[in-house]
Design a protein around this ligand. Sequence first.
Ligand SMILES: Nc1ncnc2c1ncn2[C@@H]1O[C@H](COP(=O)(O)OP(=O)(O)OP(=O)(O)O)[C@@H](O)[C@H]1O
Length: 234
Amino acid sequence: MLRLENVSAAYAQSPVLFGVNLEVRDGEAVTLIGRNGVGKTTLLRTITGLHAISGGELHLNGESVTREHAFARARAGLAYVPQGRGLFPHLTVEENLRMGLPALSGREGVKREIPELVFDLFPLCRDMAGRKAGNLSGGQQQQVAIGRALVTRPRCLLLDEPTEGIQPSIVGEIEAALTRVRRELQVAVLLVEQYLDFAWAFADRYYVMQKGTVVESGLTRDTPTASVQRYLGV
Ligand SMILES: Nc1ncnc2c1ncn2[C@@H]1O[C@H](COP(=O)(O)OP(=O)(O)OP(=O)(O)O)[C@@H](O)[C@H]1O
């Protein structure tokens, strides 16, 4: 589905990612963990095309998209929920959801409307359709942000710390919704997360990043969270 080979990226003359190798297979849930500042957000932005790749190769569905722009990668099935949700606070929930629709242009047989499943997974997207997104709670905004990403009918969803600043009861709802997304839509997920219990409950496999590169990977079910906690400690 998604394969990174030796991917590097930099901010001006400062390298931040060094030869990252990572794979997310069809329908798989993978979590990427690591301390603040190791390059997780930069990696997600590099995958989406929002940040320039300076070396290596990026494959989507078996084809190289290394030189494709963000819009082409979205059309090829990538969707991204950024850290802090990235909603437009002065637009309504419905207007935010509709922002995902342009990525569908040119895709044959796909109606340019919000799929019913988004309302089914996140009923607040219908119940609060006319409310300004900026007036919603953090947990509600996160649900709208995931709903907006699903509007593009992605095959691979990239999520940057969806539990950040969200109360535990809502984390459970988000986990349940994402599990349904995987099962019912066969969407693969790459989840950047600091909340290990959530990441381990959700993901099949994990990667650990340190200083801009992957230093460990494995199956979550074979690896107690205690053994990777040291990578997140101060
Ligand atoms: N716009 C930018 N310009 C210059 N350097 C940046 C920029 N954004 C991030 N960096 C630097 O790149 C490195 C990686 O940052 P990044 O945000 O990708 O890490 P992260 O692992 O996602 O951390 P966090 O969990 O805090 O978001 C850090 O050293 C950071 O200071």
